[in-house]
Design a binder for this molecule. Sequence first.
Ligand SMILES: NC(=O)c1ccc[n+]([C@@H]2O[C@H](COP(=O)([O-])OP(=O)(O)OC[C@H]3O[C@@H](n4cnc5c(N)ncnc54)[C@H](OP(=O)(O)O)[C@@H]3O)[C@@H](O)[C@H]2O)c1
Length: 308
Amino acid sequence: MEKILITGATGNVGLSTLKLLESRNYPGVEVVAAVRDIERARKIEGIENCNFCHFEFDEPATYDRALEGVTKIVLIRPNQVSDVSRYIFPFLTKAEKSGVKHIVFVSIVGAERNRIFANHRTENHFRKLSIPSTILRPSLYMQNLSTLHRLDILAHDKLNIPAGQGLVNYIDVRDVAEVIVTVLVNSGHENQAYEITGPEALDFYQIAKLFSNELGREIKYTRPSTIRFVRQKLLDKKQLLYVLTLSLLYSAARIGKMNYTNNVFRTITGHDPRHLVDFIHEYRESWIRSELSKEPENTKKRLYRPRI
Ligand SMILES: NC(=O)c1ccc[n+]([C@@H]2O[C@H](COP(=O)([O-])OP(=O)(O)OC[C@H]3O[C@@H](n4cnc5c(N)ncnc54)[C@H](OP(=O)(O)O)[C@@H]3O)[C@@H](O)[C@H]2O)c1
């Protein structure tokens, strides 16, 4: 019997992973979603009937209960939990003591090289643990376009992304989830690290065109500087650490460091990852003007604030 614990289970990657594991219903596998607010989690479509446990990285008192009987962990570090020595490492020590056999850690592209990333320090910490781990380094998530960048596209017809003429190889979080589940339920991936890219590298002029074609109105790529981008996102009340991490990745893209793809997704799963054009089509409602009226009042106030 395996018991899999997923942290960050209501977020982008965690939710997709939870839904995928539930839909596959592997025999002898129990799945538990570690969440901060069980009542809120139960209201999320598609996971109403999942097993939940109360868990907060910054509340060590929640660790022991969450780890009871757990054999494998999908570790997703929330962006806001950046003090990893204080909140992630002690959790991993407890996991080691409680006999966890395998951890799949969702890191980020470039984390092995960038000391500034909290995921870099977490990756290194795994070397000190006896638990076998698999480190996944996904590229930028397509879902950033329907979250962080959504209002720019929806209300201003702009892609405000500081990547210059650089290319990026976006990956869909549902594909990241598929890799997580595959390496979790099949042996042979212990103590490996995989960078996962999407199927193609595109620049933001091409990406703006994909949006324009799908939405039937012109979406312009504005090529802001990193400083303008960060200031705008802070005015939009986005999380500082999330914005800074993405700014670093867009800066890397600008100097050509994300202009490639690899075959890792295909090798692990046996098929190709999703294309950006299909993601934009599938999520088109996120950027459709008629959807604006459904925005909460506090978001609406920010919507038409001029871009800086
Ligand atoms: N964005 C990208 O392009 C990208 C690309 C590659 C890798 N990554 C990595 O992906 C990770 C973020 O994953 P994501 O985008 O799926 O996250 P996300 O959507 O921001 O969700 C964060 C999750 O963590 C939970 N959470 C927040 N604070 C918590 C706490 N103190 N204790 C326990 N749980 C807490 C949230 O729960 P609530 O529902 O309670 O808020 C939510 O489930 C980061 O490590 C990032 O470096 C990001």
